[in-house]
Write a protein that binds this ligand. Structure first.
Ligand SMILES: Cc1cc2nc3c(=O)[nH]c(=O)nc-3n(C[C@H](O)[C@H](O)[C@H](O)COP(=O)(O)OP(=O)(O)OC[C@H]3O[C@@H](n4cnc5c(N)ncnc54)[C@H](O)[C@@H]3O)c2cc1C
Ligand code: FES
Length: 285
C-alpha cells in the first residue's frame, strides 16, 4: 500500500499526487514509469513518474481522468492509499549534452516531459520548450516547465492563450527564424507526436518520442504494448517507452490503441452509474 501525501488539481480533470514510494523514489530516472492498481480489484495502468524526492521517499504522479480507472483514482484523497505501485519500469531517457534541445509537449504529455526537460537542463543543454493545448483550461505545468526551460512558447488551438495554432506551427517558425536544434523530444497525444515527427524528419532534427500504447504487465511478457519501430517489433514497456520518432509506425500504434474502445466506454459508464447510485443512497439516508 502506498499512502497519498498530497493531492493538487492542476486543471480540467488533471490531478497531481505525491505518494509514498521510497524505493522507487531512490532509483527512478527521467523517462521511467510505474504500473499501479488503485484497489486490489482495479485494472493495472501505467503512469509516468513525473518527479521524485528521495529525501521524503515520495514520487509525483500526474493523472488525467479519461476512463474508469483514472476516474477511480481521482476519488482518492490525502491519507488514502494506492493498493500497489510497481516500478521504476522502462528505460530511462538518453540524457547528454546535445546543445539545444527542443521539448515539445501536448496535453497530459507535458507531465512525462517535465522530468526529461529538467534532466536535459541539468546536463547543460539550452532547453526550448513548446507546450500545446486545445484551449487555455487544458494547459498544465506551465510554471514547472518554465523553471527548467531557457525559452518557452505556448500554443493553443483556439488562441485562448499564447499563440494560436499547433505546436508544429511553432516549430516551423522557430526554425525559419534561424534557431538551430540539435535534438527534439516530443510527448503528447499520438496524432500530435506523429505530425511533429513528420515535420522534424523533414527539418532533419533527430527526435525522440515517448510512446503510450496499452500496457498490462510492464515486463515484456503480455505483448500488449507491441509497437513497430524501424520495421522491427518492440515492446514499449521494456524496449522503450522512448524511441526514435522517425522510425515509429504511428498508424499501427494509433490503430492498436483503439482496440478496446467499446469495452472502455462501457466500463466508464458502469462506473459513473455506480458512483451516482452510491451518492443517491448516501443523500437519502
Ligand atoms: C508509459 C506510459 C505512461 C503514461 N503516463 C501517463 C501519465 O503520466 N498520466 C496519465 O494521465 N496517463 C498516462 N498514461 C496513459 C494512462 O495509462 C491511460 O490514460 C490509462 O491507462 C487509462 O485508463 P482508464 O481506465 O482510466 O481509461 P480507459 O477508458 O480504459 O482508456 C482510455 C484510453 O487510455 C488508453 N489506455 C487504456 N488502458 C491502458 C493501459 N492499460 N495502458 C496504457 N494505455 C491505456 C487507451 O488509449 C484508451 O483508449 C501513460 C501510458 C503509458 C503507456
Ligand atoms: S506491457 Fe506487456 S509486454 Fe509490455
Amino acid at each position: 500500500m502506498n499512502t497519498i501525501r498530497k493531492r493538487e488539481e492542476l486543471g480540467c480533470n488533471v490531478i497531481r499526487y505525491v505518494v509514498d514510494a521510497p524505493i522507487i523514489a531512490a532509483h527512478r530516472k527521467p523517462g521511467q514509469f510505474v504500473i499501479i492498481r488503485v484497489t486490489d480489484h482495479s485494472e493495472r495502468i501505467p503512469l509516468t513518474i513525473a518527479d521524485a524526492n528521495p529525501d521524503t521517499g515520495t514520487i509525483s504522479l500526474i493523472v488525467q481522468s479519461v476512463g474508469k480507472t483514472t476516474r477511480e483514482m481521482a476519488m482518492l484523497k490525502p491519507g488514502d492509499a494506492i493498493h500497489d505501485i510497481v516500478g521504476p519500469l522502462g528505460r530511462p531517457t538518453h540524457i547528454q549534452q546535445f546543445g539545444t534541445v527542443l521539448c515539445v509537449g501536448g496535453g497530459i504529455g507535458i507531465a512525462p516531459l517535465y522530468p526529461i526537460a529538467k534532466g536535459m537542463k541539468e546536463a547543460g543543454n539550452h532547453v526550448i520548450t513548446i507546450l500545446g493545448a486545445r484551449t487555455r483550461d487544458l494547459l498544465i505545468l506551465e510554471d514547472d516547465m518554465r523553471s527548467v526551460s531557457d525559452e518557452i512558447i505556448v500554443t493553443t488551438d483556439d488562441g485562448s492563450y499564447g499563440t494560436k495554432g499547433l505546436v508544429t506551427d511553432a516549430i516551423r517558425s522557430l526554425v525559419s527564424g534561424g534557431t538551430h536544434i540539435d535534438q527534439a523530444v516530443v510527448i503528447g497525444p499520438p496524432l500530435m507526436m506523429k505530425f511533429t515527427s513528420l515535420l522534424t524528419k523533414e527539418l532533419g532534427i533527430p527526435t525522440m518520442a515517448s510512446l503510450n500504447p496499452i500496457m498490462i504487465d510492464g515486463t515484456g511478457m503480455c505483448g500488449g504494448c507491441r509497437v513497430t519501430v524501424g520495421g522491427e517489433v518492440k515492446f514499449a514497456c521494456v524496449d522503450g517507452p522512448e524511441f526514435d520518432a522517425h522510425q515509429v509506425d504511428w498508424d499501427s500504434m494509433i490503430r492498436r490503441l483503439g482496440t478496446y474502445r467499446t469495452a472502455e466506454q462501457a466500463a466508464a459508464e458502469r462506473y459513473d452509474h455506480q458512483c451516482r447510485v452510491g451518492l443517491d443512497a448516501k443523500e437519502s439516508r
